[in-house]
Design a protein around this ligand. Structure first.
Ligand SMILES: Cc1cnc(Nc2ccc(CC#N)cc2)nc1Nc1cc(C2CC2)[nH]n1
Length: 325
Protein backbone atom coordinates (compact mmCIF):
# COMPACT_ATOMS: atom_id res chain seq x y z
CA UNK A 1 0.00 0.00 0.00
CA UNK A 2 1.26 3.48 -0.65
CA UNK A 3 0.96 4.86 2.87
CA UNK A 4 3.97 6.75 4.07
CA UNK A 5 5.54 5.61 7.29
CA UNK A 6 6.80 7.61 10.24
CA UNK A 7 10.42 8.64 9.72
CA UNK A 8 12.74 5.93 10.85
CA UNK A 9 13.33 2.39 9.78
CA UNK A 10 11.07 0.17 7.80
CA UNK A 11 12.26 -3.23 8.80
CA UNK A 12 10.19 -5.61 6.76
CA UNK A 13 7.81 -4.51 4.07
CA UNK A 14 5.07 -6.92 5.06
CA UNK A 15 5.05 -5.84 8.68
CA UNK A 16 6.39 -2.30 8.93
CA UNK A 17 7.21 -1.58 12.56
CA UNK A 18 8.41 1.98 12.77
CA UNK A 19 11.05 2.67 15.34
CA UNK A 20 12.31 6.23 15.47
CA UNK A 21 16.09 6.43 15.86
CA UNK A 22 17.39 9.41 17.77
CA UNK A 23 20.60 11.11 16.68
CA UNK A 24 20.73 13.02 19.96
CA UNK A 25 23.44 11.97 22.42
CA UNK A 26 22.14 9.26 24.77
CA UNK A 27 23.55 11.27 27.69
CA UNK A 28 21.15 14.15 27.00
CA UNK A 29 18.36 11.94 28.31
CA UNK A 30 20.14 9.28 30.38
CA UNK A 31 22.94 9.10 32.92
CA UNK A 32 25.01 6.16 31.67
CA UNK A 33 27.54 4.15 33.70
CA UNK A 34 30.99 4.56 32.14
CA UNK A 35 31.82 0.87 32.75
CA UNK A 36 29.75 -1.79 30.96
CA UNK A 37 28.30 -4.50 33.22
CA UNK A 38 28.19 -7.06 30.41
CA UNK A 39 30.05 -7.61 27.16
CA UNK A 40 29.19 -9.63 24.08
CA UNK A 41 31.25 -10.19 20.94
CA UNK A 42 30.03 -7.00 19.27
CA UNK A 43 28.15 -5.22 22.00
CA UNK A 44 28.63 -3.79 25.45
CA UNK A 45 25.79 -3.27 27.91
CA UNK A 46 25.74 -0.32 30.30
CA UNK A 47 23.36 0.50 33.11
CA UNK A 48 21.67 3.85 32.41
CA UNK A 49 19.10 5.91 34.26
CA UNK A 50 16.49 8.18 32.65
CA UNK A 51 17.13 11.70 33.96
CA UNK A 52 13.46 12.64 34.30
CA UNK A 53 11.76 9.39 35.31
CA UNK A 54 14.66 7.83 37.23
CA UNK A 55 13.86 4.50 35.56
CA UNK A 56 16.88 2.25 34.96
CA UNK A 57 17.52 0.67 31.56
CA UNK A 58 20.19 -1.48 29.96
CA UNK A 59 21.85 0.31 27.05
CA UNK A 60 23.15 -2.28 24.55
CA UNK A 61 25.77 -0.51 22.42
CA UNK A 62 26.32 -2.39 19.16
CA UNK A 63 29.22 -1.51 16.88
CA UNK A 64 27.88 -0.84 13.40
CA UNK A 65 30.81 -1.95 11.31
CA UNK A 66 32.53 -5.21 12.06
CA UNK A 67 34.10 -7.94 9.99
CA UNK A 68 34.05 -5.19 7.35
CA UNK A 69 30.47 -6.17 6.39
CA UNK A 70 27.85 -3.54 7.14
CA UNK A 71 25.78 -5.26 9.81
CA UNK A 72 23.08 -2.64 9.81
CA UNK A 73 20.54 -5.16 8.56
CA UNK A 74 21.30 -7.59 11.40
CA UNK A 75 20.82 -4.78 13.92
CA UNK A 76 17.55 -3.79 12.29
CA UNK A 77 16.42 -7.41 12.39
CA UNK A 78 17.11 -7.52 16.15
CA UNK A 79 15.15 -4.26 16.57
CA UNK A 80 12.31 -5.66 14.47
CA UNK A 81 12.04 -8.82 16.60
CA UNK A 82 12.23 -6.80 19.84
CA UNK A 83 9.55 -4.37 18.64
CA UNK A 84 7.33 -7.20 17.42
CA UNK A 85 7.62 -8.73 20.91
CA UNK A 86 6.56 -5.55 22.73
CA UNK A 87 3.37 -7.12 24.05
CA UNK A 88 5.07 -10.26 25.40
CA UNK A 89 5.91 -10.15 29.11
CA UNK A 90 8.55 -12.86 28.73
CA UNK A 91 10.70 -11.01 26.22
CA UNK A 92 12.93 -8.05 27.15
CA UNK A 93 11.31 -4.81 25.90
CA UNK A 94 12.98 -2.30 23.62
CA UNK A 95 12.36 1.22 24.95
CA UNK A 96 14.27 3.55 22.61
CA UNK A 97 17.00 3.51 19.95
CA UNK A 98 19.91 5.94 19.52
CA UNK A 99 22.53 6.05 16.79
CA UNK A 100 26.01 7.56 16.70
CA UNK A 101 28.54 7.44 13.88
CA UNK A 102 29.89 4.11 15.07
CA UNK A 103 27.17 2.51 17.16
CA UNK A 104 23.49 1.74 17.44
CA UNK A 105 22.31 1.90 21.07
CA UNK A 106 19.28 -0.19 22.05
CA UNK A 107 17.81 1.14 25.31
CA UNK A 108 16.33 -2.04 26.73
CA UNK A 109 14.25 -2.97 29.77
CA UNK A 110 16.49 -3.62 32.78
CA UNK A 111 16.19 -7.09 34.31
CA UNK A 112 17.85 -6.41 37.65
CA UNK A 113 18.15 -10.07 38.66
CA UNK A 114 20.74 -10.79 35.99
CA UNK A 115 21.38 -14.03 34.14
CA UNK A 116 19.84 -17.36 35.05
CA UNK A 117 23.38 -18.72 34.52
CA UNK A 118 24.46 -16.93 37.74
CA UNK A 119 21.82 -18.86 39.70
CA UNK A 120 23.18 -22.13 38.26
CA UNK A 121 26.75 -21.07 39.17
CA UNK A 122 25.65 -20.33 42.72
CA UNK A 123 23.37 -23.25 43.47
CA UNK A 124 24.08 -26.07 40.99
CA UNK A 125 20.47 -27.27 40.74
CA UNK A 126 17.13 -25.59 41.43
CA UNK A 127 14.01 -27.10 42.96
CA UNK A 128 11.77 -28.87 40.49
CA UNK A 129 8.84 -26.50 41.17
CA UNK A 130 11.07 -23.50 40.41
CA UNK A 131 12.51 -25.20 37.32
CA UNK A 132 8.98 -25.86 36.02
CA UNK A 133 7.97 -22.25 36.69
CA UNK A 134 11.08 -20.92 34.90
CA UNK A 135 10.53 -23.25 31.95
CA UNK A 136 6.89 -22.23 31.64
CA UNK A 137 7.81 -18.54 31.36
CA UNK A 138 10.52 -19.28 28.80
CA UNK A 139 8.05 -21.40 26.81
CA UNK A 140 5.51 -18.55 26.84
CA UNK A 141 8.14 -16.28 25.31
CA UNK A 142 9.30 -18.87 22.77
CA UNK A 143 5.70 -19.76 21.83
CA UNK A 144 5.09 -16.04 21.21
CA UNK A 145 8.06 -15.88 18.81
CA UNK A 146 7.25 -19.19 17.12
CA UNK A 147 3.66 -18.06 16.58
CA UNK A 148 5.23 -15.27 14.51
CA UNK A 149 7.65 -17.54 12.65
CA UNK A 150 10.77 -16.41 14.54
CA UNK A 151 13.35 -18.83 15.93
CA UNK A 152 15.65 -17.48 18.67
CA UNK A 153 18.50 -19.96 17.93
CA UNK A 154 20.57 -19.05 20.99
CA UNK A 155 18.49 -20.15 23.99
CA UNK A 156 20.80 -20.70 26.96
CA UNK A 157 20.95 -19.63 30.64
CA UNK A 158 23.11 -16.59 29.76
CA UNK A 159 20.28 -15.20 27.60
CA UNK A 160 17.57 -15.75 30.21
CA UNK A 161 17.30 -12.74 32.49
CA UNK A 162 15.65 -12.50 35.87
CA UNK A 163 13.59 -9.48 36.90
CA UNK A 164 14.83 -9.70 40.50
CA UNK A 165 16.59 -12.05 42.91
CA UNK A 166 15.76 -15.72 42.37
CA UNK A 167 13.31 -17.41 42.99
CA UNK A 168 10.67 -14.68 43.51
CA UNK A 169 11.26 -13.40 40.00
CA UNK A 170 10.07 -13.57 36.44
CA UNK A 171 12.20 -14.67 33.50
CA UNK A 172 12.71 -12.80 30.21
CA UNK A 173 14.32 -13.90 26.97
CA UNK A 174 16.89 -11.56 25.41
CA UNK A 175 19.46 -11.28 22.60
CA UNK A 176 17.96 -11.78 19.17
CA UNK A 177 21.32 -11.30 17.52
CA UNK A 178 21.23 -14.64 15.66
CA UNK A 179 17.44 -15.10 15.60
CA UNK A 180 15.93 -15.86 12.18
CA UNK A 181 12.55 -15.64 10.52
CA UNK A 182 11.79 -19.22 9.52
CA UNK A 183 10.15 -19.37 6.12
CA UNK A 184 8.80 -22.57 4.53
CA UNK A 185 11.94 -23.60 2.68
CA UNK A 186 13.91 -22.70 5.80
CA UNK A 187 17.44 -21.78 4.95
CA UNK A 188 20.44 -23.85 5.91
CA UNK A 189 22.60 -21.65 8.06
CA UNK A 190 25.96 -22.42 9.50
CA UNK A 191 24.83 -20.62 12.63
CA UNK A 192 26.54 -22.03 15.61
CA UNK A 193 24.99 -21.29 19.00
CA UNK A 194 26.69 -22.36 22.19
CA UNK A 195 28.15 -25.88 21.80
CA UNK A 196 26.23 -27.52 24.67
CA UNK A 197 22.91 -26.12 23.44
CA UNK A 198 23.35 -26.61 19.69
CA UNK A 199 20.97 -29.06 17.98
CA UNK A 200 21.86 -32.06 15.76
CA UNK A 201 20.43 -30.43 12.61
CA UNK A 202 22.79 -27.47 13.02
CA UNK A 203 25.77 -29.84 13.29
CA UNK A 204 24.62 -31.76 10.24
CA UNK A 205 23.91 -28.66 8.13
CA UNK A 206 20.27 -29.56 7.81
CA UNK A 207 17.60 -26.85 7.61
CA UNK A 208 17.02 -24.99 10.85
CA UNK A 209 13.46 -24.62 12.06
CA UNK A 210 11.45 -23.55 15.09
CA UNK A 211 12.15 -27.07 16.44
CA UNK A 212 15.81 -26.06 16.77
CA UNK A 213 14.79 -23.90 19.75
CA UNK A 214 12.90 -26.80 21.31
CA UNK A 215 16.10 -28.90 21.41
CA UNK A 216 17.85 -26.10 23.33
CA UNK A 217 14.90 -25.92 25.72
CA UNK A 218 15.28 -29.66 26.39
CA UNK A 219 18.98 -29.13 27.17
CA UNK A 220 18.06 -26.20 29.44
CA UNK A 221 15.53 -28.26 31.42
CA UNK A 222 18.14 -31.03 31.86
CA UNK A 223 20.68 -28.49 33.14
CA UNK A 224 18.24 -26.80 35.55
CA UNK A 225 17.33 -30.14 37.17
CA UNK A 226 20.78 -31.76 37.30
CA UNK A 227 23.39 -29.01 37.07
CA UNK A 228 24.98 -30.96 34.19
CA UNK A 229 24.66 -30.68 30.41
CA UNK A 230 23.28 -33.86 28.77
CA UNK A 231 25.90 -34.08 26.00
CA UNK A 232 28.89 -32.38 27.61
CA UNK A 233 32.18 -33.98 26.52
CA UNK A 234 35.84 -33.40 27.28
CA UNK A 235 36.24 -31.57 23.97
CA UNK A 236 33.88 -29.67 21.64
CA UNK A 237 34.24 -32.53 19.17
CA UNK A 238 33.15 -35.08 21.75
CA UNK A 239 30.16 -32.88 22.70
CA UNK A 240 29.14 -32.65 19.04
CA UNK A 241 29.47 -36.44 18.72
CA UNK A 242 27.25 -36.95 21.78
CA UNK A 243 24.65 -34.50 20.39
CA UNK A 244 24.37 -36.24 17.02
CA UNK A 245 24.12 -39.61 18.79
CA UNK A 246 21.06 -38.22 20.57
CA UNK A 247 21.56 -40.59 23.49
CA UNK A 248 20.14 -38.98 26.64
CA UNK A 249 20.91 -40.56 29.99
CA UNK A 250 19.48 -39.71 33.42
CA UNK A 251 22.16 -40.95 35.85
CA UNK A 252 20.69 -41.99 39.22
CA UNK A 253 23.09 -39.74 41.14
CA UNK A 254 21.79 -36.70 39.24
CA UNK A 255 18.16 -37.57 38.60
CA UNK A 256 17.35 -39.87 41.52
CA UNK A 257 14.97 -37.32 43.05
CA UNK A 258 13.64 -35.91 39.77
CA UNK A 259 10.05 -36.78 38.78
CA UNK A 260 9.25 -39.01 35.81
CA UNK A 261 7.14 -36.14 34.45
CA UNK A 262 10.23 -33.94 34.24
CA UNK A 263 12.25 -36.68 32.53
CA UNK A 264 9.38 -37.29 30.10
CA UNK A 265 9.29 -33.56 29.28
CA UNK A 266 13.04 -33.63 28.48
CA UNK A 267 12.80 -36.86 26.46
CA UNK A 268 10.07 -35.37 24.25
CA UNK A 269 12.41 -32.52 23.30
CA UNK A 270 15.85 -34.16 23.02
CA UNK A 271 14.94 -36.09 19.88
CA UNK A 272 17.37 -35.89 16.94
CA UNK A 273 14.53 -35.80 14.37
CA UNK A 274 13.27 -32.16 14.63
CA UNK A 275 9.72 -32.96 13.49
CA UNK A 276 9.26 -35.44 16.36
CA UNK A 277 10.00 -32.87 19.10
CA UNK A 278 7.16 -31.19 20.99
CA UNK A 279 6.33 -27.71 19.68
CA UNK A 280 6.38 -24.76 22.11
CA UNK A 281 2.57 -24.84 22.22
CA UNK A 282 2.48 -28.60 22.93
CA UNK A 283 5.14 -28.26 25.64
CA UNK A 284 3.00 -25.64 27.43
CA UNK A 285 0.38 -28.36 27.83
CA UNK A 286 2.80 -31.00 29.11
CA UNK A 287 1.87 -32.19 32.62
CA UNK A 288 5.29 -31.15 34.06
CA UNK A 289 4.59 -27.57 32.97
CA UNK A 290 0.88 -27.57 33.93
CA UNK A 291 1.47 -29.32 37.26
CA UNK A 292 2.87 -26.40 39.24
CA UNK A 293 1.26 -23.39 37.64
CA UNK A 294 -1.41 -21.48 39.57
CA UNK A 295 -4.78 -22.84 38.34
CA UNK A 296 -6.47 -19.50 37.77
CA UNK A 297 -3.74 -18.24 35.42
CA UNK A 298 -5.19 -18.48 31.88
CA UNK A 299 -3.40 -21.05 29.75
CA UNK A 300 -4.43 -19.28 26.60
CA UNK A 301 -3.23 -15.76 25.91
CA UNK A 302 -4.41 -13.52 23.16
CA UNK A 303 -1.59 -11.64 21.49
CA UNK A 304 -2.26 -8.20 20.12
CA UNK A 305 -0.14 -6.95 17.28
CA UNK A 306 -0.54 -3.26 16.72
CA UNK A 307 1.32 -0.60 14.87
CA UNK A 308 0.51 2.85 13.64
CA UNK A 309 0.87 4.01 10.08
CA UNK A 310 0.35 7.38 8.47
CA UNK A 311 -1.97 7.83 5.53
CA UNK A 312 -1.50 10.32 2.69
CA UNK A 313 -2.81 13.19 4.81
CA UNK A 314 -0.31 12.20 7.50
CA UNK A 315 -3.15 11.15 9.83
CA UNK A 316 -2.28 8.26 12.14
CA UNK A 317 -3.89 5.01 11.13
CA UNK A 318 -3.64 2.34 13.78
CA UNK A 319 -3.67 -1.29 12.72
CA UNK A 320 -4.11 -4.04 15.22
CA UNK A 321 -4.80 -7.74 15.14
CA UNK A 322 -5.57 -10.25 17.84
CA UNK A 323 -4.00 -13.66 17.62
CA UNK A 324 -5.20 -16.35 19.99
CA UNK A 325 -2.10 -18.22 21.13
C1 LIG B 1 21.63 -7.29 35.62
C2 LIG B 1 22.22 -7.99 34.41
C3 LIG B 1 23.35 -8.76 34.55
N1 LIG B 1 23.89 -9.41 33.49
C4 LIG B 1 23.29 -9.27 32.29
N2 LIG B 1 23.85 -9.94 31.24
C5 LIG B 1 23.49 -9.94 29.92
C6 LIG B 1 23.10 -11.13 29.33
C7 LIG B 1 22.81 -11.18 27.98
C8 LIG B 1 22.91 -10.04 27.19
C9 LIG B 1 22.70 -10.17 25.71
C10 LIG B 1 21.76 -9.24 25.12
N3 LIG B 1 21.03 -8.60 24.53
C11 LIG B 1 23.23 -8.83 27.78
C12 LIG B 1 23.52 -8.77 29.17
N4 LIG B 1 22.17 -8.55 32.07
C13 LIG B 1 21.62 -7.90 33.12
N5 LIG B 1 20.47 -7.16 32.96
C14 LIG B 1 19.92 -6.82 31.76
C15 LIG B 1 20.40 -6.95 30.43
C16 LIG B 1 19.42 -6.41 29.64
C17 LIG B 1 19.39 -6.25 28.15
C18 LIG B 1 19.57 -7.44 27.29
C19 LIG B 1 20.61 -6.35 27.36
N6 LIG B 1 18.41 -5.99 30.42
N7 LIG B 1 18.73 -6.22 31.70
Amino acid sequence: SNVSYQQGLIMEAHCPLTMPISKQPLTDTYTADPKPFARGKFATVRRCKHKETGVEYAAKCIRKRRRAADVRHEIMHEMFVLKLSDSCQHIIHLHEVYETSSEVILVLEMAAGGELQRVLDDQEVIAETEASRVMRQILEGVAFLHQRGIAHLDIKPQNLLLTQAFPQCDVKLCDFGISRRITKGSEIREILGTPDYVSPEILQYEPISLATDMWSIGVLAYVLLSGHTPFGGETKQETFWNITSGIVEFPEELFGSVSNDAKDFIQRLLITEPSERMTAKESLHHSWIRMFCDPESPGIDVAKIGYTLKDESNAEVSVSAEVAE
